[in-house]
Design a protein around this ligand. Sequence first.
Ligand code: FPP
Length: 264
Amino acid sequence: MGVSKENKLQPILREPFTAEEEQLFRALDPRTLPRHVAIIMDGNGRWAKSRGFAERIFGHRAGIDSVREVTRTAAALRLSALTLYAFSKENWVRPRAEVEALMALLDRFLVDEIPELMENNVKLVASGELDDLPESTRRRLADTAERTANNSGLVLNLALSYGARSEIVRAVRRAIEMAKAGEINGEELTPETFAQLLDHPELGDPDLLIRTSGEMRLSNFLLWQAAYTEFVIVQKLWPDFRRPDFFRALLEFQSRDRRFGGVR
Ligand code: FPP
């Protein structure tokens, strides 16, 4: 059983597993993996500081390697969606140099990662107030989304200029517009129909939310969608988060008893 699992995953991941990864992977139950994983990638600034870098951007840059490794692993495990909190509505108040460097990093990511996304059959989408982004970033985002649109594996959803309260308010505005146009009435607005008005409802609610750097906050992320999400808090800083940490978070998820308010 372990051998056949290994044979399926290893050629996709290319690099051989370490003994630790092998052991963690074998412990995973492929039948109860989460469909949708969301991650708050926290701790880049602290990582940069701990390495003696004056600029926080070194941490963000190092965080790209974690993004690549986790995305590749999620795709190989055949998860259906991975939502990454890459830039929040609130992040715009950071020093201008950091915001500009983050946007430049995102621009480069959107171009450089296309071969990687294609090779791993990953479709890229984005959530949030994308109109806030610089024109060049919006163009690259649209281009990468279009190039990967026919990929049928993992959906990588980048939350950009994202805030859950804003997302909910946008959905309420849409509901009001629809009501004015006679497309929906008050009784038809239910949690299920309302959820369809949020960004990318087709991804479904996240089953698992991982936050790195030990912080225990939702930070305006997926407030609606996380109603029954399992939270796993990881002490490591995001740039140090690697495949074994991802496997451990998945194992922790598999140890949880999800009852959705019911009883067993
Ligand atoms: C939080 O760490 C992280 C961010 C605000 C940005 C996350 C961005 C990346 C990992 C790189 C860009 C991602 C993509 C997908 C292109 P922090 O800076 O708040 O860390 P701190 O709490 O230690 O200060």
